[in-house]
Design a protein around this ligand. Structure first.
Ligand SMILES: [Zn+2]
Ligand SMILES: [Zn+2]
Length: 661
């Protein structure tokens, strides 16, 4: 409600000045709503907007605006609109549950990245199962036909407590107790009232298509000592067609799930005996990962990086010095104690302090810089077991890490070089669709950040200029920088349009200060280097997961685990198949033999499922002529070739793919 408190700086106390995103200003009578403002532009716009931002606070489109402000009108395509839409849908779900399950208690019901959920506790002895979801959906759809207004009300803490206590809503009362008086609002639609900050749609009629997705267990406030609630997930849309498209996308996403494909292709596994969130790389996955590492090492070498290696643990003091222990220590793996000396070690949560110590091993002159230390460094971070997910949320992962120590005047050039590396990787792996975000400091809150105005301005303009120079379209976010420096993050869009955060480049003024890093300048005085943290893949685990989901497991030919499978049409030709495999391996082709006692048709079908790019069929004719019959996955017959001809063809394709790198 910040905007309510703004003083009226307009001269006319009956009019307000409204500034639109394009900078244009219009006057409206005081108390106009976002809906009315939209209507003044076009009735169609008024029909399409779902929420509005007033000076960056998101509100309902029927709230009176009483002071000069900046306005943004949000249609479905804006995150803010989706958020209000799904938040209202969560209320609608609760309203339906209240009718269907008397005595049900409500926890929290937020909008999430895709859709919404509500945590509820049905009356004693009542269970809500997946099979109940269609009935609940039907009830929600029925409620929508009532076209109920969603009515906001400000309420005192005492009244709120009384209202929810009367309904026996103990969870809501607990939430209210944590709120400050004067900040509490409720929203009511039909017979259902929820404690909520908003914003919402102004009427439930807009919710035209609803799908309840799943039921899960969730502890109240994420605390396993508190009661177990039932969490119902759902999603909703303003049009039925959008829901249909979403469901098709979900089906496709399920097929591409890296956990499923990782298992089918025997790339990685998890073992309860080893521990949750600790990935085990199987031989084929390891080989694939090593190819990625070799690829990056080769590029880095060309860009003047030096490989280093550091241990998986380090003295606790190292992270006390870096400041990370104070910030994250409590929520991390706890220190390891030596049995005799009383020393404390931490599993390394990041590689940076080790690399700072490498920098300090010898004195440096300005002529030595930049120094670029690279390490595929495995780090360990505690995640709650409920948060773990395949290779994307793990407790141990390997960063394709490097730290660049440079002079302030080298920052821009170093930044551009890192961007070049990231572009090479995206190109080699067919991520054609990516965007970047520049995170800068909050100009109104400068004291939050370490480092002088001068160094910040220099670094921020270095990043912006580097992006401009490289023609990279980047969104600029103020206030998103870390306290120690600005950064550039890359998001890729995968083959089915999902966004994934991958590489990052981060400027750091903090660690050089904390670790007292120095170089001797041309003036013979001591200076502080600037540090850049960068990881083009992010982590090997996350990158491989994204790559699997992007390609559906059909990796580029240079990377894929098996490039060819040899299929003897009967056992009689197993020896010849093996001979071909041996010959191909001499030409660096990765080929396996399927010598199972199965019909050839079956073998072809099975191996196409394994996403192996080439199938080589061998029988009487092939053996007698020392050739193979080549089929390309998904495309059919290529023709007859000698093993050498086939190998040359594959190697030529790879060479042309990699010629730029
Ligand atoms: Zn709400
Ligand atoms: Zn780092």
């Amino acid at each position: 409600m910040k905007w309510l408190e703004l003083s009226f700086n307009t001269n006319n106390k009956y009019m307000i000045k409204v500034t639109f995103p394009d900078g244009s200003v219009r006057e409206y009578s005081k108390g106009s709503t976002a809906y009315q403002i939209a209507e003044s532009i076009s009735p169609r716009l008024a029909n399409d907007i779902l929420a509005a931002s007033i000076n960056d606070e998101i509100i309902e489109i029927n709230r009176p605006i009483t002071a000069d402000c900046k306005i943004k009108l949000h249609k479905w395509d804006d995150e803010q609109a989706k958020h209000a839409f799904w938040h209202t849908s969560a209320h609608l779900l609760a309203e339906a549950l209240q009718e269907l399950y008397p005595g049900i208690q409500f926890g929290i019901g937020p909008a999430i990245e895709s859709g919404f959920y509500y945590d509820v506790m049905p009356a004693q002895g009542v269970v809500i199962k997946e099979s109940d979801l269609p009935t609940i959906e039907k009830k929600m759809a029925e409620l929508v036909t009532r076209k109920e207004n969603v009515v906001r009300q400000e309420i005192s803490k005492a009244d709120a407590l009384k209202m929810f206590a009367d309904k026996g809503e103990t969870f809501k009362c607990e939430l209210i107790n944590d709120l400050e008086d004067g900040t509490i609002t409720t929203y009511t639609q039909g017979n259902f009232t929820d404690l909520c900050r908003g914003p919402h749609l102004i009427n439930t009629a807009d919710i035209k298509a609803i799908k309840l997705i799943s039921v899960a267990g969730a502890y109240w406030r994420g605390d396993e000592k508190r009661p177990q609630m039932t969490r119902i997930y759902g999603i909703s849309f303003p049009k039925k067609k959008m829901l249909d498209e979403y469901l098709v996308l979900m089906e496709e996403a399920k097929k591409r799930d890296h956990r499923k494909i990782g298992k089918e292709l025997e790339l990685f596994a998890f073992s309860d005996a080893v521990g949750k969130g600790l990935p085990l790389w199987l031989p084929k996955g390891t080989a694939l990962r090593l190819r990625l590492e070799e690829f990056l090492k080769r590029i880095q070498k060309r860009f003047g990086y030096q490989q280093v290696m550091t241990p998986h643990i380090g003295q606790k003091e190292l992270w006390v010095t870096s400041g990370h222990y104070a910030k994250y220590g409590k929520d991390s793996f706890q220190p390891i104690h030596t049995p005799e000396e009383g020393e404390e070690y931490l599993l390394k949560p990041m590689n940076c302090p080790h690399h700072c110590e490498i920098y300090k091993v010898s004195p440096h002159s300005y002529k030595d810089l930049p120094l670029r230390y690279a390490e595929f460094g495995t780090v360990y971070r505690y995640e709650q077991s409920g948060e773990l997910h395949g290779l994307t949320r793990v407790r141990s992962f390997t960063q394709d890490d490097a730290h660049i120590f440079c002079r302030p005047d080298q920052l821009k050039e170093e930044f551009m070089k890192v961007m070049d590396i990231i572009f090479i990787i995206f190109k080699a792996l067919n991520f054609d669709n990516f965007e970047a975000q520049i995170s800068l400091r909050d100009p109104n809150n400068k004291e939050k950040y370490i480092g002088s105005d001068e160094v910040w301005e220099k670094a921020e303009s270095a990043i912006i200029e580097a992006c401009e120079y490289k023609g990279l379209k980047a969104k600029v976010e103020l206030g998103e920088a870390a306290f120690y420096g600005p950064k550039l993050d890359f998001m890729v869009k995968d083959a089915i349009g999902r966004r994934w955060q991958l590489g990052t480049i981060q400027v750091d003024y903090n660690l050089p200060e904390r670790f007292n890093l120095e170089y001797t300048g041309a003036d013979n005085l001591k200076h502080r280097p600037v540090m850049i943290h960068r990881a083009p893949f992010g982590s090997m685990e996350r990158f491989v997961a994204v790559l699997i989901e992007h390609t559906g497991g059909k990796f580029p030919l240079w990377l894929t685990p098996d490039q060819a499978v040899i299929l003897p049409i009967s056992e009689k030709f197993n020896d010849y198949a093996q001979k071909v495999a041996n010959e191909l391996s001499q030409y660096d082709i990765r080929a396996i033999v399927d010598d199972r006692n199965e019909k050839i048709g079956r073998k072809i079908r099975d191996n196409e499922l394994k996403r192996i790019p080439y199938l080589l069929i061998v029988g009487e004719n092939e053996m007698n002529n020392n050739i193979v019959s080549v089929r390309k996955q998904g495309e059919g017959v290529v023709g007859e070739q000698t093993p050498k001809e086939f190998a040359d063809m594959v190697n030529d394709i790879i060479k042309s793919m990699m010629s730029d790198f």
